[in-house]
Design a protein around this ligand. Structure first.
Ligand SMILES: Nc1ncnc2c1ncn2[C@@H]1O[C@H](COP(=O)(O)OP(=O)(O)O)[C@@H](O)[C@H]1O
Ligand SMILES: [Mg+2]
Length: 352
């Protein structure tokens, strides 16, 4: 593989783009000032693979698939006196969803809203007879309260049997792609979208991404994925069921389209209080429910008490922590560490 040069901040490309910091953890994308148009953009350098210049495919797809939930392309060109190609897209200052949802995930409603938008963007790719083949939170960018699906580099046309060659990232890879000789399909994209939703809800992937890759691969191939509600007990059972179906081991048990998955999620959160995980110094797993149907907001804090865990339920104080008013008829309790997740599932359900 050719060595990827890192451009120092201040490098000017084609007498037009002045590079700033590198963006994200993947690849070679830089913030850049476009001196012609006087706007900030994102500039992605396409490094040659195996000595061959990269194709213009990603740029062409971005152009042809232009739609509300897919990133736009502004320019595609070659760096003067080199064979390095690059693509310019609008700079999306909200960052990617991997960083936005890191560690504790997003509120259920935001996660579901973004999932629907991703499903619409990906649906546009499917409608063009292609699959994305690398749906994951790091490839979804945030702009205000909307997302844009990006990184269409790996999009490929489906063959007559509905397959495309194998590609993906471990964090959201479907078992039918992970196996030797595996192939991508619309349903493997649906799985990767399901794994993305799993992350948006919990800040975790279905298979723990901290494990060595060989171990992750084995778990993915066996379908030994974690339960979303064990990691995120505030996720309603109805949503958990939808996520599980999107992540079904057998592709034909999954939703047949990305939009079906998005719609099922939207339906699953209807008429429910919106919960999110919050972080408090010195506490364990704390959850906040928004006010709902005229009922005040709720904060459930869990605090280690030696061998057990205290569960304290209050209306949030103005400061946002758990020292507010008690809830009528709701007692504090204490549970064992191994029983915490199922206790919280029942507790959140009962609080409604
Ligand atoms: N238009 C953009 N605005 C802001 N950040 C971006 C933009 N495009 C890419 N990034 C950041 O750069 C990262 C890598 O970009 P991506 O297109 O996914 O390239 P790669 O093919 O190297 O994964 C993304 O995860 C995101 O954090
Ligand atoms: Mg990427």
């Amino acid at each position: 593989m050719s060595k990827v040069p890192v451009y120092p901040s201040g490098t000017t490309i084609n007498d037009r783009y002045v590079l700033g910091d590198k963006l994200g953890t993947d690849g070679s994308v830089y913030v850049a000032d476009d001196r012609h148009l006087d706007v900030q953009v994102a500039l992605k350098v396409l490094h040659p693979i195996g000595g061959f210049a990269r194709s213009w495919d990603e740029a062409k797809r971005l152009e042809h698939l232009r739609s509300r939930f897919l990133v736009d392309v502004i320019n595609a060109d070659v760096i003067t006196s080199s064979d390095l190609r690059f693509i310019v897209t609008p700079l999306l200052t909200g960052g990617d969803l991997e960083s936005t949802a890191a560690s504790v995930g997003l509120g259920v409603r935001d996660a579901v809203r973004f999932a629907q938008q991703i499903a619409t963007g990906v649906g546009r790719i499917h409608a063009a007879g292609m699959v994305h083949r690398d749906i994951k939170p790091a490839n979804v960018l945030l702009q205000g309260d909307e997302i844009l699906v990006s990184d269409l580099e790996m999009c490929e046309l489906l063959d007559a049997a509905g397959h495309a060659s194998r590609n993906g990232s471990w964090c959201t890879l479907a078992p039918d792609v992970a196996v030797e000789g595996g192939l991508c399909s619309i349903r493997s994209d649906v799985y990767s979208l399901g794994a993305t939703v799993f992350y948006l809800l919990s800040g975790e992937y279905p298979v723990d991404h901290r494990l060595p890759l060989a171990e992750q691969k084995q778990l993915i191939e066996r379908g030994a994925i974690r339960d979303i509600r064990h990691l995120a007990p505030h996720v309603p059972q109805s949503v958990g069921t939808v996520v599980r179906r999107a992540l079904a081991f057998a592709p034909d048990r999954r939703f047949s389209t990305a939009e079906d998955l998005g719609n099922a999620l939207a339906h699953a959160v209807k008429g429910r209080r919106n919960w999110r995980r919050v972080e408090h110094d010195g506490h364990l797993h704390c959850l906040e429910g928004d006010s709902f149907n005229g009922k005040a907001a709720i904060l459930v804090c869990t605090v280690s008490n030696g061998r057990r865990i205290d569960v304290v339920t209050r209306h949030p104080a103005a400061s946002g922590t758990g020292t507010g008013r008690r809830l009528a008829g709701v007692a504090d309790s204490s549970v064992t560490p191994s029983g915490l997740s199922s206790y919280l599932q029942r507790h959140i359900k009962a609080l409604a």
